[in-house]
Design a protein around this ligand. Structure first.
Ligand SMILES: *Cc1c(COP(=O)(O)O)cnc(C)c1O
Ligand code: SF4
Length: 352
């Protein structure tokens, strides 16, 4: 099967999807409404990883628009995790006392079809202008409780190395900022982005952590591996976050292969996110019960290093909490504890 045009370029619209062989002409009309509402962007690197133009392909499913995105499901929200409620100044979301999100851009190298900020990413107001950025930095400078700044977006690695270095320098000048965390899909969407200049932009006084968004082992090509090792070799701890996605990674084999591959590449799985209720994403949704079962299966199968925490971001701005399986029943002093084979054991809590 190779109807693909192998002359890969970044795909940004329906016509380009069609030229690339990812959408056929009779789908064009049905998808017009989708691409109007939610942006499309697929890098050459990602395109090259698609094996078949079919939703069963885990890369295809994550990036190629589907008419299922037009389905409106009750409970889906334009701002599913309540970012706007906690926006203090343009570009700053301050929900937890000690850390803020700094969203310097609303664009990404790729647009995921299940994105929790899909009504924000890739639209007007693409990046903070100089004044807005200065105001955001001032807010951080004037708020001594802020210990960690999380660069998010959009994807902060869309910014040029020069702009990124500028932001890093400004943050480094604020003594109470001890940690800068970068949430990005770039090392997976466009591994060439992990350049020498990027690494040097990240070489600043606060501790810098990179958290990579990756959902399937097939996303981790040789180039991606090289990018991870460049970051880790430069002394930057790399963690991962994944989204539990129906039809992409909702089985124990895929998740365990993903987490083991990451750990073998020195990337520590951090969070497995339950899918946020963004509009038109129901076809990607697993139940929480299924997510818990998968986590329980992993617990029995893989090294503790390979286990992310299964998280739910409570709609409307109440924050993230772990929702993994519980292994403890009862309470007070008398517990029953579940082992990895599903057997219960008595445990007497003798303390207190
Ligand atoms: C997810 C998120 C964070 C980071 O949460 P951690 O649990 O520390 O990873 C911080 N602020 C906001 C607004 C968030 O949505
Ligand atoms: S990379 Fe992240 S912010 Fe960008 S579209 Fe994908 S999920 Fe959304």
């Amino acid at each position: 099967m190779t109807a693909f045009n192998r002359d890969f370029r970044t795909i940004k619209n329906l016509a380009e999807l069609e030229v690339a062989g990812l959408v056929n002409s009779n789908e064009r009309e049905r998808l017009a409404g989708v691409v109007e509402n939610f942006n499309t962007r697929i890098t050459p690197h990602v395109q090259n990883l698609i094996e078949t133009a079919d939703v069963r392909d885990p890369i295809f499913a994550q990036y190629v628009p589907s008419e299922l995105e037009l389905l409106a499901t009750p409970g889906e929200l334009a701002d599913p995790i309540g970012d706007d409620i906690h926006e203090k100044v343009e570009g700053i979301t301050h929900r937890y006392p000690d850390r803020v999100l700094l969203k310097a851009t609303h664009t990404c190298q790729v647009y995921c079809r299940f994105c929790f900020r899909r009504e924000k990413v890739g639209h007007a107001d693409e990046a903070l202008d100089a004044d807005e950025l200065a105001a955001a930095i001032s807010y951080i400078r004037d708020t001594p409780e802020i210990w960690e700044v999380i660069l998010s977006g959009g994807d902060p690695l869309v910014l040029s190395d020069r702009r990124l270095a500028l932001i890093m320098a400004e943050l480094s000048d604020i003594p109470h900022v001890q940690v800068i965390r970068i949430h990005t899909r770039a090392p997976v969407a466009d591994p060439a982005r992990v350049s020498v200049d990027l690494i040097s932009a990240l070489n600043v006084r606060p501790a810098v952590y990179v958290v990579v968004h990756v959902n399937h082992p097939k996303e981790i090509s040789e180039d991606v591996k090289l990018g991870f090792s460049k970051l880790v070799d430069a002394g930057i701890p790399v963690l991962s976050q994944s989204v539990l996605l129906k039809g992409v990674n909702n089985n124990a084999e895929t998740l365990s292969a993903l987490m083991k591959l990451l750990v073998s590449l020195r990337v520590k799985p951090y969070y497995l996110h339950h899918l946020d209720k963004a509009k038109g994403t129901e076809h990607f949704r697993c139940s929480i019960a299924e997510g818990q079962q998968l986590m329980q299966a992993l617990r029995g199968q893989v090294s503790g290093l390979c286990l992310p925490t299964y998280m739910l971001d409570i709609p409307e701005g109440f924050g993230k909490v772990p929702i993994g399986p519980t292994y403890l029943q009862g309470g007070e002093t008398q517990y029953r504890v579940l082992d990895i084979h599903g057997d219960l054991h008595d445990y007497v809590d003798s303390a207190g």
